[in-house]
Design a protein around this ligand. Structure first.
Ligand SMILES: N[C@@H](CCC(=O)N[C@@H](CS)C(=O)NCC(=O)O)C(=O)O
Length: 196
């Protein structure tokens, strides 16, 4: 979304996680997506990619945020909330955990504070959308999709409204189109001099 928002054209290579191309692993051995190769850099953290894109172009000032509050939201999201999201999504992997306790922990950690913030302003950091909303909503979207009925019944109307606005946005639709996996042609991409 940040790349599209910044008007940056990329060659998008859709990856099958169970069949990672060699060229991707050469660029970034940790083997997670997304990976961006640009300006002679290899960026393999979503936040670094967002930052790089906004440094190039930031027409609506997504980057104009208070760094302490933005960091606090992101750390909470990427750390403990991500852990709870995994536990909520894959209860079979965590047989010792009580699913209801996991849900309640996620509510206390993230949903309640978000609801409070979003009751007083339209976005997490105030009246303007920032990169922090864009970085966090995909995690809340995943959370809402684990058990949609359960999520619907939670008393967090401002979070739901914020989430729906993001999901229904033109920008989100534009980047969520279904793509076929990129096919690596026998290593030609890694060693172009090989091709005859
Ligand atoms: N901190 C990284 C996390 C990236 C990440 O874990 N991506 C997942 C997909 S959402 C992945 O590629 N997992 C590797 C795998 O499943 O093999 C980032 O924000 O870019």
């Amino acid at each position: 979304m940040a790349l599209k928002y910044a008007g940056i054209q990329v060659e998008h290579r859709e990856i099958e996680l169970r069949n990672k191309p060699q060229s991707m692993l050469l660029a970034s051995p940790k083997g997670t997506v997304p990976v961006l190769c640009a300006d002679g850099l290899i960026l393999d953290q979503s936040l670094d990619i967002m930052r790089w894109a906004l440094e190039k172009s930031d027409p609506d000032a997504w980057g104009a945020v208070d760094s302490i509050s933005s960091q606090a939201w992101i750390e909470k999201n990427d750390g403990p909330f991500k852990a709870l999201l995994d536990q909520y999504k894959y209860p079979n992997r965590y047989p010792d955990l009580n699913p209801e306790a996991v849900l309640n922990a996620a509510i206390d950690l993230m949903l309640k504070p978000m609801e409070l913030a979003l009751q007083s302003s339209q976005y997490l950091l105030g009246s303007k959308m920032t990169w922090v909303d864009v970085a966090i909503f995909p995690f809340m979207r995943q959370f809402s999709m684990v058990n949609p009925k359960q999520f619907d019944e939670l008393p967090f109307s401002s979070v739901k409204q914020w989430l729906n606005q993001q999901i229904e946005s033109e920008l989100f639709h534009a980047v969520m189109e279904k793509r076929s996996a990129w096919i690596e042609l026998s290593g030609d991409d890694i060693a172009p001099e090989r091709s005859k």
